[in-house]
Design a protein around this ligand. Structure first.
Ligand code: ADP
Ligand code: ASP
Ligand code: MG
Length: 603
């Protein structure tokens, strides 16, 4: 007999008939001798409807009242599903998040789970009842016992957290697609179903726009080793398993907020090549990285962003032994990359003595304070950051090699990492050939790009900026500082560009514009009409040519790349918003991810 947590999403409980079908499935599993906790979402598009109502009453609804309102959606479903179960002879009881004791922080509309009381659940389970729990909601442990919600899509997180707390045998997420596909089947009907995906890969995909799983649900599954599967609520097909590393025996106290960082890593075997002032037009990155791939040079990090003068800087890192080859390719191609507006050719810059220092761990999603703490720690130690790469499980900084040891020591202290927990990553072993270089492709149409011009280049600059953003709880992604430096008033200055959620765009711009005056930064520019398209795959490590293929697919469709940022297992490009879907389709097809079958997603 197993203890199973099942979660049914909005579409799966969208009508009385659907709720009855879910009841049948639950009953069947229970009859087979299993104990069951069932987490449900609000019916169909109920939550969207409630948000609309709130917006009709107020332009800026109070967040506490928003939680009060949105949490009602799930309460309807738990009662109806319990009734449907009882109707077919299955003992069942519904419970709200508060009744279970899903205790969260008091952060309305984006609360994190602190702990889950399991006594009441266990008591009902032992009486042979199915417990139907309202997803997406909890209760703050403040005196007022405030109702909280976890953020849109948060029922997945409720389910996986319950599975972790109850030490369930596994957690099944039932939804309106057959499992996790290579991309969103609504945009690419030829997307293919995967049998399995690692939690690291899924964390990236989920955070980069694949809404099939809430990223925080994946984070909890990874940290607690919860066996997690995504399946269709329409069929009995096996779905997609999300595989996690062996759990480290974490405490269930402060479930979602304990220890965001597990380790500090460093790699002193790195060198950087930068091309400054390359033209801002389709095909440039494809050409450069195409040639690099032909020379079998494996690049690690890549960043590109447009800067002052409307031209791009592209920089990449390679392992030191292949620096000469990488430099030769860049130097050979530079004269051909002439920027018409400036009538001068791209300039190649090489930096031999650099190191990459990273913090790693699954607990950084939606917590901008973690990266901010890393940058503040480096700033306090006087370490200047040359490049930044962020992913859902890692923040890496490129620093001078001479400062690497110091950086590692201060970071280990700041994040309370014991020596034996951290490893020196001299070279990452390429994964076995069976792992595909690209597992999936994601599109995020809800981002905006911000740029700050002329920020003084000295230690502490990233700390200042991230500290400010963290204070306002704004998570940023794809942060890129220009490689070129310009002297203004005797101070070297760089541009910084990054992306934020579109809803944060205007307010972030206003907040930064005010700060700009105070800190002596230049203009702050906002572009909301962007799309971010990303490829994710643990198998891209040590495989030259993956980036080139992505850039080439975009070039063939005449799609200009506005920004590039990578981590070890993902490459993201910002393109114009109206080209987002075309970019996704082009890339999905270029990597041969399309299957012969087409998926029809139920309405
Ligand atoms: P639920 O209401 O069950 O939680 P969601 O709408 O939140 O369902 O998530 C399922 C949807 O996620 C699918 O209908 C699909 O359009 C979308 N989706 C985006 N990317 C992917 C992907 N890579 N694989 C599967 N579905 C995806
Ligand atoms: N009902 C909530 C939403 O629509 C939570 C969920 O469905 O996961 O966002
Ligand atoms: Mg969902």
């Amino acid at each position: 007999m197993a203890l199973i947590v099942q979660k049914y999403g909005g579409t799966s409980v969208g009508s009385v008939e659907r709720i009855q079908a879910v009841a049948q499935r639950v009953h069947k599993t229970a009859k087979a001798g299993n104990s069951l906790v069932v987490v449900v979402s609000a019916m169909g598009k109920t939550t969207d409807g409630l948000v609309k109502l709130a917006n009709g009453v107020s332009q800026n609804p109070n967040r506490r009242e928003m939680d009060m309102l949105l949490s009602t959606g799930e309460q309807v479903t738990i009662a109806l599903l319990s009734m449907a179960l009882q109707e077919i002879g299955q003992p069942a009881i519904s419970m709200t998040g508060a009744q279970v004791g899903i205790v969260t922080e008091a952060e309305h509309t984006r609360a994190r789970i602190l702990h889950i009381e399991t006594d009441r659940l266990t008591r009902h389970l032992n009486l042979g009842k199915v417990v139907v729990v309202a997803g997406f909601q909890g209760i703050a442990s403040t005196e007022e016992l405030e109702i909280t919600t976890l953020g849109r899509g948060g029922s997945d997180t409720s389910a996986v957290a319950l599975a972790a707390a109850l030490q369930a045998n596994f957690c099944e997420i039932y939804t309106d697609v057959p499992g996790i596909l290579t991309t969103d089947p609504r945009l690419v009907p030829e997307a293919q179903l995967m049998d399995e995906i690692t939690s690291d890969e899924m964390l990236e995909l989920a955070s980069l726009g694949a809404k099939v799983l809430h990223p925080r649900a994946v984070e909890i599954a990874r940290n607690y080793g919860v066996s997690l599967v995504v399946r269709s609520s329409w069929t009995d097909d096996p779905g997609t398993w999300v595989t996690s590393p062996q759990p480290q025996g974490r405490s269930l106290v402060n479930l979602e907020i304990a220890r965001p960082v597990d380790g500090v890593e460093f790699d002193t075997n790195q060198a950087k090549v930068a091309l400054l002032r390359v033209p801002d037009k389709p095909g440039v990155a494809a050409r450069l990285f195409g040639e690099i791939a032909r020379q079998k040079v494996d690049v690690d990090l890549i960043i590109q962003s447009i800067h002052e003068g409307n031209s791009n800087d592209i920089a990449f890192t390679v392992n030191t032994p292949i620096l000469n080859r990488a430099e030769a390719v860049a130097a050979a191609i530079a004269p051909a990359l002439r920027n018409q507006s400036q009538a001068d050719e791209a300039e190649v810059m090489v930096e031999k003595n650099i190191a990459k220092v990273s913090i790693a761990g699954a607990g950084m999603i939606g917590r901008p304070g973690v990266a901010a703490q890393m940058f503040a720690t480096l700033a306090a130690a006087g370490v200047n950051i040359q490049m930044i790469s962020t992913s859902e499980v890692k923040v890496s900084c490129v620093v001078a090699a001479s400062e690497c040891d110091r950086a590692v020591v201060v970071l280990r202290t700041a994040f309370e990492i014991e020596d034996h927990e951290a490893g020196e990553v001299i070279s990452i072993a390429p994964p076995p050939h069976t792992i595909p270089p690209v597992r999936g492709v994601a599109l995020d149409m809800n981002q905006a790009r911000l740029a700050i011009r002329q920020v003084a280049d000295r230690p502490g600059m990233a700390a200042q900026l991230f500290g400010l953003l963290a204070k306002h709880n704004i998570s940023i992604d794809m942060i890129i500082q220009s490689q070129r430096c310009r002297m203004v008033d005797g101070v070297p200055r760089r541009d910084i560009a990054f992306t934020v959620a579109r809803i944060d765009g205007e307010s972030t711009k206003n907040m930064l514009s005010q700060a700009a005056a105070e800190f002596g930064w230049g203009e702050v520019v906002l572009d909301s009409a962007i799309a971010k398209v990303s490829i994710v795959g643990a198998g891209m490590v040590g495989q030259p040519g993956v980036a080139a293929k992505m850039f080439e697919a975009l070039a063939q469709h005449q799609i200009n790349i506005q920004m590039i940022a990578t981590s070890e297992i993902k490459i993201s490009c910002v393109v114009a918003q109206e080209q987002g879907v075309e970019a996704l389709q082009a890339i999905h097809s270029a990597f041969g991810l399309a299957g012969s079958e087409k998926f029809i997603v139920p309405a």
